[in-house]
Design a protein around this ligand. Structure first.
Ligand SMILES: [Zn+2]
Length: 401
């Protein structure tokens, strides 16, 4: 008897493909615990967990991997221990850091990225990395009795920075991901834009207890509000708006994580269609033909009315993240006759040595650049992409010897 015997009976299933899949899970809080439990029990071959947080008492109403004696310990370490008890057959890799600080190669190596975070910078970073590396992102957000799952298939469906349709009033969180960019359609979007600009300027979180931080935030927000004709914010109001912890309940986390898991499974079979066993492949093709197999790009759940609404969101041609037509990467020229000169020129331009250099399929970190790889990329007229790891800033660089 096999531990996966009951799921192998499904007519759209291929356990071998599931076992060969790797998933990057960003955030092991309320939704992340549920998603990792689901994927672990299903036998996904490799889970990579990223979360900088330690366990707090207020997590225990829903984050079931963690117990009272774990308070103060790293979430990813404890999650890994508990996952390995649930399923010792799978591999779990962990990073106790913000996704922005985790190795960027993770996005390149995994099959799918799953977002279970509650903060917008992390979400925005994941979104841009997934678009950049052409990886499917299955993102989720919850706020009290509301929740949503958004599937981003780069260039096919809207990314998190594309404009979403005006959501129903009750589902306020639907349009949060798009409030960093474009025109603030509501007054609170000015506050989010200010929050984002603060992070961009200071490369750190706002400290609520630091009066200068709050003053600066308020100043940026009120400048934006004035520019777009909204009335100014009060100090307490903006803090409440941006820094309060959203209410969370395990039932909504579980529903959203289950929805997210279901989309992940379908996407795995779609992405690995060529590797599926012949029966699954045949059934999947026929279901697709009959339009009985669908991955909506956005699913919104409202717990108080038990309503699920799905949308199919297409990419916005004006999106600053995923549209190539309006946002061609800027191109600059770098004159470099040697590796040393190239290194120096890059350091001067980007103020960092944490840079990735890519050309066609090849991608190497600046620190790994040696004579051999240097010969391949430092050629007259070569067009490279340079990506700064800290913030995902990318530029096309033309090499002139
Ligand atoms: Zn987009």
């Amino acid at each position: 008897m096999n531990r996966y015997e009951r799921q192998i009976r499904l007519n759209v299933w291929d356990q071998r493909v599931i076992q060969k899949t790797s998933v990057l899970i960003v955030g092991v809080g309320g939704t992340g615990c549920e998603v990792s439990k689901n994927l672990a029990l299903m036998g996904i071959g490799k889970l990579i967990l990223v979360d900088p947080d330690v366990i707090e008492l207020s997590n225990l109403n829903r984050q079931f991997f963690y117990h009272e004696q774990d308070v103060g310990r790293s979430k990813v370490s404890v999650a890994k221990e508990r996952i390995q008890i649930l399923n010792p057959e799978i591999t779990v890799e962990i990073y106790q850091e913000r996704i922005q600080d985790a190795p960027m190669r993770l996005f390149k190596e995994v099959d799918i990225v799953v977002g279970c975070v509650d903060n917008f910078l992390a979400r925005q970073y994941m979104n841009s990395q997934c678009v950049l590396h052409d990886k499917v992102l299955v993102d989720s957000a919850t706020d009290g009795y509301l929740g949503q799952v958004q599937v981003v298939i780069p260039k096919n469906t809207a990314c998190l920075a594309c404009h979403s349709p005006e959501p129903p009033d009750e589902t306020r969180i639907v349009d949060e991901p798009c409030t960093f960019v474009g025109i603030p359609r509501r007054r609170e979007h000015c506050a989010w834009k200010a929050w984002y600009q603060f992070h961009e300027m200071h490369s750190r979180d706002i400290q609520e207890e630091n009066a200068r931080d709050v003053d600066h935030l308020l100043e940026i927000a009120n400048n934006i509000a004035r520019e777009y004709g909204y009335h100014p914010f009060e100090r307490e109001e903006i803090l409440e708006m941006l820094l309060h912890h959203v209410p969370s309940i395990i039932s909504v986390n579980a529903l959203i994580a289950a929805t997210q898991t279901q989309e992940i499974i379908k996407i795995i079979f779609l992405l690995k269609k060529k590797e599926l066993n012949s029966k699954t492949s045949r059934v999947l093709n026929s279901l697709e033909a009959k339009q009985l197999f669908r991955v909506p790009s956005l699913t919104v759940y409202a717990g108080l009315t038990s309503t699920y609404i799905t949308y199919d969101l297409t990419p916005d041609i004006n999106c600053p993240v995923c549209s190539e037509t309006v946002n061609p990467p800027r191109m600059i020229t770098i004159q470099a006759s040697s590796i040393e000169a190239f290194r120096e020129a890059l350091h001067k331009r980007y103020g960092s040595t944490n840079l990735w250099i890519s050309r066609n399929e090849m991608m190497i970190h600046l620190s790994e650049l040696d004579n051999q790889t240097g010969k391949k990329i430092l050629r007259d007229g070569e067009l490279l992409s340079i990506l700064r790891e800290e913030d995902g800033h990318e530029e096309k660089v033309l090499i002139v010897l």
